[in-house]
Structures are given as C-alpha cells and as structure tokens.
Ligand binder design. Structure first.
Ligand code: ZN
Length: 149
C-alpha cells in the first residue's frame, strides 16, 4: 500500500479530528490511531484512560480491537498514529508519536498473520512531522505466533 504525501495529509486530518474523542484526563496526552487495510477500510481507536491508571488502553490497541471486531486483523497494511497535548481542541507538539512496546507486540500479531510487514505513520500533534517506519523496524526479532508451533 503506497501512501503518498497527499493521502498522508488526509490521514493526519482524520487522526487530529479523531483525537478529540480521546479520554485522557490524567496524562492529558491525547492519542488517535487508524488501522488501515489495503482495500480502504480504516478502523479507528483513541486512548482511554481510567482512574485505576494501569487499566488505561492505548489508541493503537483500540484500533486493533476495532479491526478484529470488524474481521480485519489479518488485512492491516498500515497503522497511523497521532498524539500530543490538546490546546483549545487542537493537538500540539512536534515529536512524532510511536507505538509503545505493548502495542508493537499487538501490531506484530497482525503482521505475522499476513506474513508481511506493516507500515507505521507516526504524526506529531502539530502534524508538522510524520515519521514513516514499519513494525519490522520497530520490533525486530519479535516473538509471534510462529514461536508457539
Ligand atoms: Zn501502546
């Protein structure tokens, strides 16, 4: 799946709008993610914190859960992520937000199901910076389904 700069811009706008649904009253760090399939589906997720901090869920985890619910876990070609602090309804921050270790493992599960790499587009809150990488780059020598055979 080729995501050109124009499409990356559209995805960034979708992520920024989605991040307004994030529930992050404790960290105040709002994150949104889209799990994108080759055939144009986009499964959304936002982070969801909890008064019992350890129960908080990442945006990527929720996007992967949505993809699974929709039957798309084995068809994800790319995961796009944005995160930052919210000021007057707009995300701010110039550092691209990359998946945490747990989310990398969850993304790897989808990649393993397909036997292929998954692109990662990491946006800064301001959308001025987009880092393009992949799950194989972020989680080399991963433990996966094949290790249980
Ligand atoms: Zn995470």
């Amino acid at each position: 799946m080729q995501i050109d700069d124009a499409r990356a811009g559209e995805i960034g706008a979708e992520l920024a709008a989605l991040a307004r649904n994030s529930y992050a009253p404790y960290s105040r760090f709002h994150v949104a993610a889209l799990a994108l399939t080759e055939d144009g589906q986009a499964f959304p997720g936002v982070n969801m914190e909890n008064a019992s901090y350890g129960l908080s869920l990442c945006a990527e985890t929720n996007a992967l859960a949505a993809a699974t619910t929709g039957g798309g876990l084995g068809r994800i070609a790319a995961i796009a992520i944005i995160g930052g602090r919210m000021e007057d309804g707009e995300l701010v921050g110039d550092a691209p937000v990359l998946p945490c270790g747990r989310c990398r493992q969850l993304i790897n599960e989808s990649a393993s199901l397909q036997g292929r790499d998954i692109q990662i587009l990491a946006y800064s809150g301001s959308r001025r910076h987009v880092e393009r990488t992949s799950i194989n780059e972020l989680l080399p020598h991963a433990f996966g389904p094949g290790d249980l055979e």
